[in-house]
Write a protein that binds this ligand. Structure first.
Ligand code: ADP
Ligand code: ADP
Length: 228
């Protein structure tokens, strides 16, 4: 996993009269292999923080560095999962994941082997040839996790990945995600509305508040599991 260090990071959307100070300044110091959750009310800047960590949104002021460097080829180092699975309807589960191989120009055999491993770990082995609409919501989110990890990024960013799932499905998928994380030790930034989920999964929970978005509290969690 990569380290993620942000210093005095702010985000202002728009400009002039329409300028809106959405976030910060905030600092982040996320260690390689750490699992960090962001919680806080709607609009406090959780998604904005995640997008800046991905390199998809620039900071307005301040800096964010991944492994000590500004993100130059963001998408090669990052895997992202959104609340909406964003799978392509006309491609099977495996073909949705393998699309990354084409888009990113990855080695085909290696990517397929990694996809097979991820399908296995995520309980998707029987679902490879199914289309998204033939899968449950939980299975579709599992496929989008496989897609986010197939290129072996150094960090996994998840924006309310389980927000649309029922409680039982959430518990199952959370368990499998934790097993996979223990095995791969990606650095994870995880947005959730569930304090229970944040506490159950993370090394650290960052609590944010509104107007502008700030980190107001940091909770270290000592879970009974091997440390990174
Ligand atoms: P959260 O994820 O905590 O709900 P967001 O990061 O999505 O918060 O949004 C933080 C604030 O910035 C909100 O007030 C939101 O309306 C605003 N915002 C987010 N994206 C944009 C954008 N592209 N343009 C203008 N304002 C935005
Ligand atoms: P494109 O629109 O370039 O064909 P995709 O459809 O795969 O790319 O994804 C759309 C956007 O979603 C990308 O630009 C990227 O921001 C994000 N995205 C999708 N999958 C991933 C992933 N596995 N890792 C990082 N970002 C991703």
């Amino acid at each position: 996993g990569a380290s993620i260090v942000a210093t005095n990071m702010t985000k202002v959307y728009g400009s002039g009269d329409a300028a809106f100070h959405a976030l910060g300044p905030i600092d982040l110091d996320i260690k390689p292999g750490e699992f960090v959750s962001l919680i806080g009310p709607s609009g406090c800047g959780k998604s904005t923080t995640l997008l800046m960590a991905s390199g998809l949104e620039p900071c307005t002021t301040g800096t964010i560095k991944v492994d000590g460097k500004a993100l130059t080829k963001p998408l090669s180092e990052v895997g992202i999962v959104f609340q909406d699975h964003l799978l392509l309807d006309f491609r099977t589960a495996m073909n949705n994941v393998m699309l990354q191989q084409e888009i990113r120009g990855l080695d085909k055999a290696q990517t397929r082997a990694r996809a097979d491993m991820l399908f296995d770990r995520l309980g998707l082995s029987h679902a490879k040839d199914r289309y998204p609409r033939q899968l449950s919501g939980g299975m579709r989110q599992r496929v989008s996790i496989a897609r986010a990890l197939v290129h072996d990024p150094s960090m996994l960013l998840m924006d309310e990945p389980f927000g649309a799932l029922d409680a039982i499905t959430r518990t199952q998928i959370r368990h499998d995600l934790e097993m996979l994380w223990l095995e791969t030790r990606k650095t994870v930034l995880f947005i959730t509305h569930s304090i229970e989920e944040a506490v159950g999964l993370s090394d650290r929970v960052l609590v944010m508040s509104n107007n502008p978005g700030r980190i107001v509290e940091e909770i270290k969690i000592d879970l009974p599991r091997p440390r990174p």
